[in-house]
Design a protein around this ligand. Structure first.
Ligand SMILES: [Cu+2]
Length: 698
């Protein structure tokens, strides 16, 4: 929940803590619409620029963000949650970890970007709710940069230790999570280690156990920074080992992810008012999933396993001329991606098939941003242009693969398997500092290039980048990029005793990519694709196509001091999405929802009672066969106690009355032998107690 700036200034003891200092300088320049959500504060005095902390107890980084206004969690598995921001999710949001953007390794995004942000390692999330700045790259909607715990430069010439550790137990899945950072830093040098480990059993709900929801994940890494003259050189390496983890709305579960992240950077002032920033990054994912290790195994002939990889190399260079508040910034960046996956039966060596084979996506872009102002009005104008290419190899198939898929592979191998195009993005943001009120206004044109899955899936499969609607999809080599026209208006109001941050927005999206019936005679099996798809159990496959859509909505965060240490805080979100080319709703849109918390807040401890209400969702997508969901109300109790400066305990009970409910954005169960019926929407977690410790000093 949100803790106000006023509450955090209730100073009793002074404690020097520089952990809010950004390790990557470019992330410090945030627009006023960006909200910063931090890990729970650990001192009674800490005053930071952030908008609050969060009490999410789920292991996933996505859940950490999903409590914010306009945000929601698309739940595809305990470690496979995607963030929805104002109706957009998946690759439509510009997601980064420590400023690094990269491609998921799973064709169904079992490892969405926030899979790589275990809760125990998160320092903060910077959330651009409406649009991401053009300097961060192309992207259709908002952006999220999750910054992991890191060593900050110290004050003196000698190395001094820094520690930031978190441990948690949660009852609903009997899970433990522990992790953090230890390091040494002086004013010129910082070196640190990060590590985390999480393990959980199946999640319980009031009807029993949700099968195939256990999880296992470990992260470890090193980081270093060195100040040389006016600049800082930084280096970071992280390895993530995800073990067996369930994905009940998918046809397979995670066997492993082995993922490496390398990031190098230079940031510094070349001269007065000339700042250079440059980064080079690599992310390499290798992944295995199957339908027999974690869930009840089918007959040997039906057992399937898939090995996938995704490598992403990115680089960026930007020059800022001027001060932090009046400047011209120009830059160039690139992103080179390489992905593929093979589907096979481990017991039948000649049965293998590459639905995506050595597929490449390349992007080279440039941008300019002008930060200026006129009187009380502040402005940021930006534009960027990107050149894209995408291609893939002719698919390989084994000798035991039936004729239907083999012939599709041969036909695809003979076809044109390359695309190239240019996109441009532009944005105008205006805001004004007018005392207690900051009005904000944004106009933008933003783009997204189709994923390699959407473009090159020649084999009808359920690979859809995580839609989890049970439909079988094929791609289209000639898909056009999506283009969104965005208008947003909002007010940040901070009064003496209360605050409110309401926003309204409208997005008109041309060439919105969505599944449409494969041909003009759906259900009539008169094409090779429909034949193969019918053989896999879906006689009405969908084809990714450019359609037209619009999304509009409103959200607000608000709060007030009531009397003495009693305060109230709340969030409410409402979004609607429709196709413009036919009468249908967009798929997986969060129902209207809100939550309100009453908090008794002393300087070193607090207790909160929270109610969370979600409306029924009746505006469902017929195209995706989406099922309606009823509304519900949940209650929770939370508290925290700062035992001493730098040591904090959080505890609470979520879903206090053990209410049975389904989240509209959760998928449908695919696991037999679960306490959830096959095909039923996955239920939310039952009553759950948790306790968490955070210990930090520097
Ligand atoms: Cu997978």
């Amino acid at each position: 929940m949100t803790i106000s700036r006023a509450a955090m200034t209730m100073a009793l003891v002074t404690f020097p803590l520089a952990m809010a200092m950004p390790a990557f300088a470019e992330e410090a320049e945030l627009n006023p619409e960006t909200i910063v959500v931090t890990a729970p504060r650990i001192t009674s005095t800490q005053v930071t620029q952030d908008d609050g902390d969060t009490l999410a107890t789920a292991p996933d980084g996505a859940a950490f963000i999903a409590r914010q206004p306009g945000a929601a969690l698309v739940d595809n598995g305990a470690l496979s949650g995607q963030v929805q921001l104002r109706g957009l999710f998946g690759e439509r949001i510009l997601l980064r970890i420590n400023g690094q953007r990269f491609a998921s390794g799973g064709p169904n995004a079992m490892d969405p970007v926030m899979h790589y942000a275990p809760a125990a390692l998160i320092d903060r999330a910077e959330i651009a709710r409406g649009i991401s700045p053009v300097r961060d790259g192309p992207g259709l909607g908002g952006g999220i940069n999750t910054v992991l715990k890191h060593v900050a430069f110290g004050d003196g010439p000698t190395l001094a230790p820094q520690v930031d550790l978190t441990a948690q137990y949660r009852s609903v899945d009997d899970s433990v999570a522990a992790g953090g950072m230890v390091g040494l830093a002086s004013e010129r040098l910082r070196i640190g280690l990060v590590a985390s480990k999480e393990k959980g059993d199946d999640t319980r709900f009031p009807g029993g156990r949700v099968a195939s929801t256990s999880f296992d994940r470990a992260v470890y890494g090193v980081q270093a920074g060195f100040k040389a003259g006016p600049g800082e050189l930084s280096f970071e390496y992280r390895r993530q080992e995800t073990g067996r983890s369930g994905n009940p709305p998918f046809a397979m579960d995670i066997v492993y992810f082995h993922t490496d992240f390398v990031r190098m950077g230079f940031e510094g002032d070349l001269a007065r008012n000339v700042r250079l920033e440059a980064h080079a990054n690599f992310a390499g994912v290798s992944h295995r999933m199957n339908n027999f290790s974690l869930r009840p195994a089918p007959a040997v002939a039906m057992q399937r396993q898939s090995d996938t990889y995704a490598d992403t190399l990115t680089g960026d260079l930007a020059l800022r001329l001027g001060t932090a508040e009046r400047n011209l910034r120009m830059g160039a960046d690139f992103e080179l991606g390489d992905r593929g996956y093979v589907l096979y039966n481990p017991s039948v060596p000649a049965f293998f098939i590459h639905p995506l084979d050595r597929a490449r996506a390349e992007r080279f872009g440039g941008f300019a941003e002008w930060r200026t102002g006129l009187g009380p009005i502040e402005a940021e104008l930006g534009a960027r242009i990107d050149r894209h290419t995408a291609n893939t190899a002719a698919p390989r198939t084994g000798a035991s693969v039936p004729a239907g898929p083999t012939n599709l592979a041969l036909a695809f191998g003979r076809a044109d398997r390359a695309w190239e195009g240019t996109t441009w993005d532009a944005s105008l943001r205006l805001w004004a500092e007018a005392g207690a009120v900051t009005p904000r206004f944004t106009l933008a044109r933003k783009t997204r290039v189709p994923s390699l899955i959407e473009r090159f899936s020649w084999l009808p499969t359920e690979a859809s980048g995580g839609l989890a609607d049970g439909n079988i999809y094929v791609g289209d080599v000639n898909l056009r990029p999506e283009t969104a026209w965005i208008a947003e208006a909002g007010i940040d109001w901070q009064g003496e005793r209360a605050y409110a941050r309401p926003v309204v927005y409208y997005r008109r999206i041309d060439d919105f990519i969505q599944g449409v019936p494969f041909d003009s005679t759906p259900g009539v099996i008169n094409s090779p694709v429909e034949m193969v798809s019918a053989g896999s159990g879906d006689p009405t496959p969908l084809r990714f196509a450019n359609t037209d859509a619009e999304i509009w909505g409103a959200d607000v965060a608000f709060g007030a001091r009531l009397a003495g240490p009693l305060r109230v805080d709340g969030v409410a979100s409402w979004v609607q999405g429709k196709r413009r080319d036919l009468a249908d709703n967009l798929y997986r849109m969060a129902p209207a929802n809100g939550r309100i918390a009453l908090t008794w807040e002393a300087s070193r401890w607090s207790v909160s009672a929270e109610a969370q209400g979600t409306a029924a969702q009746n505006r469902v997508s017929a195209s995706n066969g989406e099922v309606r969901s009823p509304g519900y109300v949940l209650a929770s109790l939370y508290g925290h106690w700062i035992v001493r400066e730098g040591l904090r305990v959080d505890a609470g009970v979520e879903n206090l009355f053990d209410k049975l409910y389904v989240e509209h954005l959760a998928g449908y169960n695919r696991i037999t032998g679960s306490d959830v019926a096959v095909g039923a929407r996955l239920p939310g977690a039952g009553r759950s107690a948790f306790v968490r410790l955070r210990w930090a000093f520097n």
